[in-house]
Design a protein around this ligand. Structure first.
Ligand code: SF4
Length: 395
């Protein structure tokens, strides 16, 4: 069985590296964060990069640990000492105290979490500092604090609000939750975290992913009528915004993952029509209707586990990032696995970890120079740790 898939334009190498070629610098004048790699690395061929990454890695030995998120491309993931989702990788960082350098092949908030959980002598490096997460960037501390104040003004002393931030958020938002009696969640433990939050208070403010919040709350028994959506760009726009918030048990931040928003019910219907025995497996960052139409839903680690445990001959239509789906398909030729999105599109921010950046930062480490280090200040790290530790205590 073959599924025809095309490449989306965002997935081309050209999106990542031309930013650093001189003739395009003027055009991309505002892309300062990406405009820092030496041109010699930008112009190196794949084989040379490969050879230089392997050599630098061998020289650094035990002093280095490379962490690779499941959504990284094959040319990067093959160098990872550990693969995992964001939280699992941050824990791996904490479990390798002998490593002086933790090179995190993922996105910015993940490197921050690794810095928070690793030892003071360890340095966390994000090969390309422009690798952010578009969803995490949809909530910033100024907007969240403004929202918090407005909600308390409206709801008064009896608000009983507990903030929950998804792991995919900046360190200062995790710290905000730590300071305000709140907690962090991952896509695996979100149901248990919501239950915990309702044992502490009356209402939840959930950010930055509206969809993970809604999908989890629905399964906890909260109805759509008991949810309100907070649009940070225009918070109280609706005429009945006050009443909606007053009756809400959960207030969902209007943020989303552009990768998981590509999946639709139509894709699921088509997969079922084409392959009647197909099982649909989706990530909870997808829209509610996609999750409702699926057979199974769960975190990245859950998706991997489902496929690893399935018998030969199983058929899967999967709604998550394409690099992971391709690897699962390659690792399990005895099953039929494909991505539900016919236009193959990787997470464009994860994709910014190009091998040229990895070679550059590793060779600098060999020379004793730390490039693109991610550091979280002590005060922020303390309160973020409080929120993360609350999460770890929840079962
Ligand atoms: S897949 Fe979505 S949530 Fe994950 S890093 Fe990319 S943009 Fe962020």
């Amino acid at each position: 069985m073959a599924v025809i898939q095309e490449q989306c334009s965002e997935s081309q190498e050209a999106v990542v590296l031309p930013l650093i070629l001189p003739q395009l610098r003027a055009k991309y004048d505002l892309s300062k964060r990406a405009d820092t790699i030496p041109q010699s690395y930008a112009q190196m061929g794949g084989e040379e990069l490969d050879r230089r990454i392997a050599a630098a890695r061998a020289t650094l030995g035990e002093r280095l640990v490379i962490l690779g998120h499941h959504y990284q491309r094959d040319e990067i993931i093959k160098y990872a000492d550990f693969r995992g989702d964001s939280f699992k990788l941050a824990q791996q960082a904490a479990m390798r105290p002998q490593a002086d350098y933790i090179v995190f092949c993922g996105v910015h908030f993940m490197a921050e979490s690794a810095d928070i959980l690793s030892g003071p002598h360890q340095k966390v490096v994000l090969p390309n500092p422009a690798a952010g997460c578009s969803m995490a960037d949809m909530a910033n501390i100024a907007e969240v604090e403004e929202c918090w104040e407005m909600l308390h003004e409206l709801l008064g002393d009896d608000a009983g609000l507990i903030p929950i931030t998804y792991m995919n958020s900046a360190a200062n938002l995790k710290a905000f939750c730590g300071r305000n009696g709140g907690i962090v969640c991952t896509s695996s433990n979100a149901p248990a975290v919501i239950k915990w939050a309702f044992m502490q208070g009356k209402r939840v403010l959930f950010f930055p992913d509206e969809h993970l919040g809604r999908n989890t709350a629905l399964r906890y028994g909260i109805t759509e009528e008991q949810m309100a959506v907070w649009n940070p760009k225009n918070p109280m726009a609706a005429d009945d915004a006050d009443e909606e918030i007053e009756r809400a048990k959960i207030i969902l931040w209007k943020g989303y993952c552009s990768t998981h928003m590509r999946f639709s019910v139509q894709q699921i219907e088509k997969a079922r029509a084409d392959y009647p025995a197909i099982k649909i497996l989706v990530h909870p960052e997808c829209r509610r209707e996609v999750v409702d139409a699926a057979d199974f839903y769960g975190s990245t680690e859950y998706i991997i586990q489902q496929i690893e445990q399935a018998p030969a001959g199983s058929q899967w239509g999967v709604a998550t990032e394409i690099n992971l789906v391709h690897r699962l398909a390659q690792a399990h030729p005895e099953q039929f696995i494909f991505c539900l999105d016919p236009i193959v599109c990787p997470c464009s921010t994860m994709y910014r970890i190009h091998p040229a950046y990895l070679a550059w930062v590793l060779e600098a480490l060999v020379e004793g120079e730390v490039i693109n280090q991610v550091r979280v200040d002590e005060e922020t790290a303390h309160w973020a740790r409080v929120a993360l530790e609350r999460m770890l205590a929840v079962h």
